[in-house]
Ligand binder design. Structure first.
Ligand SMILES: *Cc1c(COP(=O)(O)O)cnc(C)c1O
Length: 359
């Protein structure tokens, strides 16, 4: 028996979640966000599952070029644009869209002689406070880019900071600012992340940019009703030992779990070296034989101990589900003081991604 720590990726679920996005925004088009290795799911596998999306977004050339090499011909948007002027010819040759958010990038396009023009998304900072020109500079930058021969079609983008809370009016203010900043300018626009896609009709414009919802996580913090999304990753390990401990025995580093009675404790073949969070507290749910058991003691690098009192018949070789249908990644994330996005991204390369294409 070899060590099993694997992430089963459900392509039917990815396709379902894309269909939910499409339905929410039609006739707007979808830029499926695949940065960070497809939110940890595996870049090329996710791209394959989501090939119906009109466009993909990634963060850099290292993520874009494998998609082109694999034959994906969609519009491919690099969300931070070029990191150096030397990258521009690659954008031109591989027909990659550049987000342009800062002065040197504008100057680089003005000074570039490229084998083909590059389509540009001018990024406006309407309140995220991260990338983009302030609204009052947008029109000036648009004029400069439009006049540059290295620039093909010019489009516009902004990013929402608080759309996950449907009662926060930051989003209304951001939409108004974007509109005002671009008044009179021709060109397609993109505003919405997942929360905008599902929660803010006024943010749909011509292109939406959902990420986390495609991977099955609700983008909202507010607990209001939202369309059903399907989980896309099941993180699995195996029980490699089942031990019988006595009341008072301590489990794992630091002895932070003390057996309250005589009880079985399993050892699962997964730990923080695989990306299962070390901060998972005692009792964090896992699933074995269709029932919930809980983490017992500190997660170690390669192994995690499991309180098997709820599944006393569990045996060596049983599958342990760390997240998936139940428990959901969001529930585990919350117990660990983080979000599903981070747990997904932390799954390390030694965890095999097992792409389930059928279904
Ligand atoms: C990551 C990202 C998205 C997707 O955000 P989600 O919350 O995952 O939907 C959209 N736009 C930009 C600019 C991003 O960086």
């Amino acid at each position: 028996m070899s060590r099993v720590a694997r992430a089963v990726i459900d392509h039917a679920a990815l396709r379902h979640n894309l269909a939910v996005a499409r339905e929410a925004v039609a006739p707007a088009r979808v830029i499926a966000v695949l940065k960070a290795n497809g939110y940890g799911h595996g870049l090329l596998g996710v791209a394959d599952a989501l090939r119906e999306a009109e466009a993909f977004a990634v963060s850099c050339l290292e993520e874009a070029l494998p998609l082109r090499e694999a034959g994906f011909q969609q519009r491919l948007v690099l969300l931070e644009g070029p990191f150096t002027a030397a990258e521009l010819p690659v954008f031109a040759r591989r027909q990659l869209d550049a987000v342009v958010h800062t002065d040197w990038q504008v100057a680089a396009f003005e000074g570039a002689r490229l084998p083909a023009p590059v389509d540009v998304w001018l990024k406006v900072d309407t309140g995220m406070g991260r990338l983009g020109f302030p609204p009052e500079r947008a029109a000036g930058m648009a004029a400069r880019l439009a006049a540059a021969p290295a620039v093909g079609t010019l489009r516009f983008m902004t990013h929402l900071a608080c759309a996950d809370d449907r009662e926060d009016d930051t989003t209304h203010r951001q939409l108004e600012l974007f509109d005002e900043a671009l008044r009179g300018l021709e060109g397609e626009r993109s505003i919405a992340n997942s929360a905008g896609t599902l929660g803010w009709h006024g943010s749909h414009a011509q292109w939406v940019r959902p990420g986390i919802m495609l991977y099955g996580c609700q983008p909202f913090v507010d607990g209001l009703p939202a369309p059903a999304l399907r989980p896309t990753m099941r993180l699995e390990a195996r029980l490699i030992a089942v031990n019988h401990h006595r009341r008072g025995d301590r489990i794992g580093y630091g002895g932070t779990f003390v057996c309250p009675e005589d009880m079985p404790v399993g050892v699962a073949s997964i730990g923080y070296g695989d990306g299962y969070p070390r901060h998972a507290p005692n009792g964090t749910p896992v699933q074995i034989r269709g029932r919930r058991a809980g983490v017992a003691g500190r997660v170690s690098m390669d192994m995690t101990c499991i309180d098997l009192r709820a599944v006393p018949e569990a045996e060596v070789g049983d599958t342990v589900v760390l997240w998936g249908e139940d428990p959901g990644v969001e529930e585990v994330a919350e117990l660990c003081g983080t979000i599903g996005y981070e747990l997904y991204c932390q799954v390390t390369p030694r965890v095999q991604r097992w792409h389930q294409r059928g279904g």
